[in-house]
Design a protein around this ligand. Structure first.
Ligand code: NAD
Length: 487
């Protein structure tokens, strides 16, 4: 791992005001495919948080005064810097997070697309002039950066989730502190040299690996932090909202999902099954927008199950660094136990195991990895625990339905509202169904509609605010109105 740190030019320690801290490295970062130690990392403490916020506050005012063109150019240089080392970043992502290399390459591209997009958007942020009731006056409506932000990110897309927040904040003129997830700090630290080489001034981006339950409240409660942006679980979102209440902070939450995947009777089953398998094996089902409940019309239910089982049997599960692997491990063994508990409860309540793909067991070197078999369940019903929560694993729970009104009511009956999918040949029907789903984004015959150019966010318990699109910059801005004489 020393060579990996050298290769990327980072140290496994907090990065504050453009320098590596001297803290002792004591926490393990584990490769989830092999169980091997990748690196020891130093976690930040309360003093580091205070120093970080102080530095980011000082950097904030200078950064806000830079022209929008300058800020945008720096963001675009970050995108270029990342893409120029695309393969190295992807390899590190796979080793630290577990996803197959092709998916890691996709995440690097996705992350770079946010730096590029907000690099372009920075110079398009315009205020307005509004008429005043007095004919000799007018109102100037101007955007102001809200101030120092905290960017708290999860382990499933440890690079892209940071990119979304950092790119929008910097474009808006905010500085901030990146708190990566405990299991995946290395990819965040590896970005420090990219930021530096792109021209980000010291203090504008601080990187603080550490324990969320310890650092999170310190960040949320500090008066200099004006925006807290989390991508993570709904439980953490609640805690952040509570900790930010006293200081009336702007809170942006991208939380857990429970997406319905609705297969209408006229769906093209070749396309539907291919997309479903790609969606569910993407990051081994550890994705907020993955299909969590697969509703299949009863006319095609039997054929769908047979064909899905056959397709799943051809998938390959293993170490993401190996060629042609469709799914890697889960993030750690605890995650496997959680998924298994949901499957066992479903089986006890009447679900049937149709298929379980254990190809990773063919490779003895993976015996210490945290793998979970891709599992197809039929006869799933709405009262089973896995219906109401995120499974976060490669489990395919198939439910039957009869009528459109019925499936929409069941799809909307949960507390989450992030994503949904509708598959069918009658596009008018698909669109009617999509409009009635209580979610932030719907893919009609498409499994991965998320892009930097569109706003994405959840409703209900899935979150507050959006990331990406023209709208994604606004959570880091306030509006100020100045009433002025016309001349
Ligand atoms: P998590 O909530 O456990 O952790 C996310 C981050 O929050 C980590 O950096 C963690 O250290 C930090 N954290 C933990 N407790 C905290 C606290 N009390 N205060 C402040 N920060 C705290 O989530 P996870 O397990 O890393 O990620 C998986 C979750 O993220 C899933 O629920 C998934 O659906 C969700 N997610 C949502 C989106 C989206 O766009 N909506 C995208 C990816 C992941």
């Amino acid at each position: 791992m020393t060579s990996l740190c050298e290769e990327f030019g980072f140290e496994p320690r907090p990065w504050i005001d453009g320098c590596w801290s001297k803290a002792e490295c004591s926490q393990d970062v584990i490769n989830p495919a092999s169980g091997e130690l990748l690196s020891k990392v130093a976690w930040a403490d309360a003093q580091d948080v205070a120093r970080c916020i102080e530095g980011a506050s000082q950097a904030q005012s200078r950064w806000a005064l830079r022209s929008a063109f300058d800020r945008g150019d720096i963001l675009k240089r970050i995108a270029q810097g990342l893409l120029s080392r695309r393969e190295s970043f992807a390899r590190l992502l796979t080793m630290e997070q577990g996803k197959p290399l092709a998916q890691s390459l996709g995440e690097v591209d996705y992350a770079a697309s946010f730096f590029q997009w907000f690099g372009e958007e920075a110079r398009r942020l315009c205020g307005t002039i509004a008429p005043h009731p007095q004919s000799d006056r007018e109102f100037l409506v101007e955007h102001r950066p809200l101030g120092v932000s905290a960017w708290i990110t999860p382990w499933n897309f440890p690079l892209a989730q940071g990119a979304k927040k950092i790119a929008a904040s910097l474009a808006a003129g905010c500085s901030g502190i990146w708190k990566p997830a405990e299991s995946t700090p290395l990819i965040a630290l590896a970005m420090a040299p990219v930021f530096e080489q792109a021209g980000v001034p010291p203090g504008v981006i601080q990187i603080l690996p550490g324990l969320g339950t310890q650092l999170g409240p310190l960040l949320c409660e500090h008066p200099a932090i004006r925006v807290v942006s989390l991508t993570g679980s709904t439980r953490t979102g609640r805690s952040i909202l509570a900790n930010c209440a006293n200081g009336i902070k702007k809170v942006l939450l991208e939380l857990g999902g429970n997406a319905p995947f609705i297969v209408l009777p006229d769906a093209d089953l070749d396309v539907t099954i291919d997309h479903l398998v790609r969606l569910k094996l993407f990051v081994s089902g550890q994705v907020c927008v993955t299909a969590n409940r697969i509703f299949v019309h009863e006319q095609i239910h039997r054929e769908f199950l047979d064909r899905l089982a056959e397709r799943l049997a051809r998938a390959s599960l293993g170490d993401g660094l190996n060629d042609r692997v469709d799914a890697g491990p889960l993030i750690h063994k605890q995650a496997c136990l959680g998924v298994d508990r949901l499957v066992e409860q479903a089986l006890q309540m009447g679900a049937k195991m149709v298929h379980s793909n254990r190809t990773y067991q063919n490779d003895p070197s993976l015996s210490k990895g945290s793998f979970y078999p891709a599992t197809l369940l039929s006869d799933v019903s709405d009262n089973m625990p896995l219906f109401g929560c995120e499974i976060f694993g490669p489990v395919f729970p198939v439910l039957r339905f009869n009528a459109i009104d019925e499936v929409i009511a069941r799809a909307n009956s949960v507390s989450q509202g992030l994503a949904g999918y509708v598959y069918g040949r009658d596009l008018s029907q698909c669109r009617r169904v999509a409009r009635r789903l209580e979610v932030g984004i719907v893919g009609v015959n498409e499994w991965r509609p998320l892009k930097a150019e569109i706003p994405f966010g959840g409703i209900k318990e899935s979150g507050l605010g959006v990331e990406g699109g023209k709208e994604g910059i606004h959570d880091y801005l306030s509006l100020q109105v100045i009433s002025v004489p016309k001349d």
